[in-house]
Design a protein around this ligand. Structure first.
Ligand SMILES: [Fe+2]
Length: 404
């Protein structure tokens, strides 16, 4: 089996087991509830039968007198009428035995129910001391009435009912509809799980790719990479404040993380130069957004981010580079990155100058041709940055490096 089919196959298999398990549990639950209902119905039916037989034949002075006279033959002849009136009763007879205290007592004798009655006069004042009536009922007949398909007599493995008959539910009864329902549920749940798995895997691969790029970037441009991580988290914070959500926010974050990756293509001595850049060096520096955009374009998953990084040095008044766009033509995400890029450069550590305080940085930002709406959101919310909790998908997030 191909490796990439292994996980989905395992998911389908486990889902099928889970669905079958749930189905079985439901069957057990239903069987348990059904048993209680069956037991109550069975007891009522037996009580009804026994009570009717008792009141009709054994709380009867004529029967009582015959028994007291020792004329069991005639008493039994009367009792023989019972199976004719009560179809569930298989036999009825009068025998010599000590009577129960109650009107009747029900007991199980294998698959038969044996009901023993006291024999009394009409007023139930007197009880025959040495004789009882016994009727036999076949429990299977009762079950057929109360539960035609669900339960069967099972004297060895069944559950004991109130009157001692053991019954079990036919759990193995799985209909075609049950199987169809199980297959449909398995397909539904398994496809949902597989979708989730594929999405997670894709995201994992995406982020793994991204991690590798960042790693390479860090090896060559240590300063730029840590600056980019700061810019990315700050852009994320600001993006959220500006109402970006979901994919847009994630795109902003990744674009911010990679906005300066094009610096790989600019000579290190120019990047790290402490003094003033000459015009040639400045031209080289101005190429980095173009190189960043070109790099991102070559990755299918980051292609859509290339315009964002391409324009992160554009300015509202058209004084930026590489194309000199004005405010309305610059993507919002590029504007956000532009603001936090400048801000981080001012307050972050640099080899050629000391960082300035955030308040001084705000004053500088206010005078720059940046989108002042974004600058204001940054200034207004900056105090919340310390308590900002980045989303779970943020890569290698290290606590905010800037002092707030
Ligand atoms: Fe840049």
């Amino acid at each position: 089996m191909k490796k990439k089919l292994l996980i989905p196959s395992i998911i389908v298999l486990l889902t099928a087991f889970a669905v079958a398990g749930v189905f079985l549990l439901m069957q057990l639950y239903i069987a348990d509830k059904s048993f209680d209902t069956l037991d109550r119905a069975l007891k009522s039916l037996i009580d009804l039968q026994a009570s009717a037989a008792y009141n009709g034949y054994f709380a009867w002075t004529k029967m009582y007198d015959l028994v007291m006279q020792g004329n069991l033959t005639e008493a039994n002849a009367l009792a023989d009428e019972i199976p004719k009136s009560f179809p569930l009763v298989a036999s009825a007879e009068i025998i010599q035995e000590a009577p129960p205290e109650e009107n009747f007592v029900v007991g199980a004798d294998g698959e038969l129910l044996r009901i023993v009655y006291s024999i009394r006069d009409d007023d139930e004042f007197r009880t025959a001391p040495n004789a009882v009536a016994v009727t036999i009922i076949q429990a299977s007949k009762l079950l057929d009435i109360v539960s035609p398909n669900g339960f069967k007599i099972d004297m060895t493995g069944g559950r004991k009912t109130t009157y001692g008959i053991h019954v079990s539910a036919n759990l193995m009864h799985i209909s075609l509809w049950n199987i169809i329902a199980m297959v449909l549920l398995t397909v539904l749940f398994a496809s949902l799980l597989i979708q989730r798995y594929v999405k997670k895997t894709a995201f994992f691969l995406d982020t793994r790719g991204l991690e590798s790029i960042i790693y390479l970037f860090e090896q060559t441009e240590k300063m730029s990479a840590s600056h980019s991580r700061n810019v990315a988290v700050l852009a994320l914070f600001l993006g959220k404040k500006l109402g970006l959500r979901g994919k847009k926010l994630r795109n902003l974050y990744v674009a911010a993380l990679l906005h300066d990756i094009g610096k790989i293509g600019v000579p290190t001595n120019v990047i790290a130069k402490a003094g003033r850049l000459d015009s040639k060096e400045y031209m080289q520096i101005k190429q980095h957004p173009v190189i960043s955009a070109r790099i991102l374009k070559s990755f299918k998953e980051f292609e859509r981010l290339s315009p964002i990084v391409l324009y992160h040095h554009e300015r509202e008044d058209g004084s930026g580079y590489p194309e000199g766009l004005t405010g309305k033509d610059i993507p919002l995400e590029s504007k956000i990155i532009a603001v936090v890029d400048v801000f981080e450069a001012l307050v972050g550590e640099r080899p050629y100058r000391n960082p300035i305080h955030s308040f001084s940085a705000f004053e500088k930002l206010k005078k720059m041709p940046l989108d002042q709406r974004i600058v204001k959101v940054l200034i207004d919310n900056y105090s919340e940055l310390n308590s900002f909790q980045p989303p779970r998908w943020v890569l290698s997030y290290s606590p905010w490096l800037l002092g707030v």
